[in-house]
Design a protein around this ligand. Sequence first.
Ligand code: EPZ
Length: 429
Amino acid sequence: MDKIRIRGGQTLNGVIRIGGAKNAALPLMAASLLTDEALVLSNVPHLADITTMANLLGQHGVLVSLEGQAGNGGHVGRVMSLTAGEITSTTAPYDLVRRMRASVLVLGPIVAREGVATVSLPGGCAIGTRPVDIHLSGLEALGAEIEVEAGYIRASAPKGLRGARYVFPKVSVGATENLLLAASLAKGETIFENAAREPEITDLCECLIAMGAKIDGVGTATLTVQGVDRLHGAEHSIMPDRIEAGTYAMAAAITGGTVELEGARLDHIEAAAAQLRKTGTTIETRNGGIFVSRANTELLAVDVETDPYPGFPTDLQAQFLALMTTAKGASVITETIFENRFMHVPELQRMGADVTTQGNTAVVRGVDQLNGAPVMASDLRASASLVLAGLVADGVTEVRRIYHLDRGYERLEEKLRLVGADVERVEDS
Ligand code: EPZ
């Protein structure tokens, strides 16, 4: 197993290319199940989770092919073609689903197209219990019968799904995606209220519309879907990864550097950008990407509370907390989405960070200097926060269990090296 070794103290300067968004790509790939024609996705990131989804779809009978070259600092122009000519299996087995929660996104499209789907329950994960009750109650509203038995969800709608009005009891990104996929092929009109508004949902809506779906209210919390009998193939370019962009913006800020994030969109991370500005960091649109700089200003402590979009994203909370460990003053970080998303805190403490947690709140008192240490990654974004801390720590930080990082950051060490970080991937002995 590999680990990442960082020698802290380098200021980041230069250009980082931002890849396609993992969390947009996964539901988009699942959309291929809705048609027997080819869905061609471009700007596909090269990540472990994408491979997991491709394997799962392949198991359902989807033909997946991939083209594109590995470029410097990322797989620019990677194109994936997915053709579900026939769904050969309506079952998503435990062995594949347990690797990635987003596997549950095949449930909606398969039951919509085949009238039946059996998907293993994804189970919990490091950041919380993460139930799928909303996915299931939404499908029930669309007329599916749901049974949960022996660890498997079985959804059936032999006569097809039918449109309905469904109010999400809580904002859920995955459930909104699953139900949008399902409602596209339901009979009649579906009205979703309190739907998630993340840019990844908008990206999915745009692709579904290109496939022939009829969706109104895109980008708002009320989505109206007129079901159609069939969808067709389409080409779609995956949106840039806003969490990757936010992570590198914070990397620039923590090192007092100046970085351009090529291909990133500032309007996707406005809430995070607003908080970054309060820390003394400049962040603005430039050359069609994002310019970030904290060249000559002190890093100030700022409070943050996570919220569904357009609020501050939970997927940037760990990185912002790392940023605050060397800020001037104290900051209060409140996590409202997941109940157990402070796994990075004990590791940051090992590096000398002054953080106390109580329930869903962390109080971070900035210290003058972090110290390099061996640390353990617990989940994807926690891993990224440890890398950020390592960039400014005195001495060497080694981040272990980086398979978490590889799920969501393409060639992180290469991208950071290109802007001056002293970081390498080494084999863990
Ligand atoms: C998506 O997860 C992302 N994953 C997560 O990113 C992200 O943290 C999360 O949205 C929130 O923004 C993908 O897009 C693949 P939710 P998802 O359903 O869809 C509760 C990363 O690091 N809930 O919006 O699973 C749930 O427990 C990952 O890239 C229910 O109670 O998140 C949570 O508290 C991690 N019942 C809240 O809702 C349900 O049926 C929001 O979860 C569904 C969710």
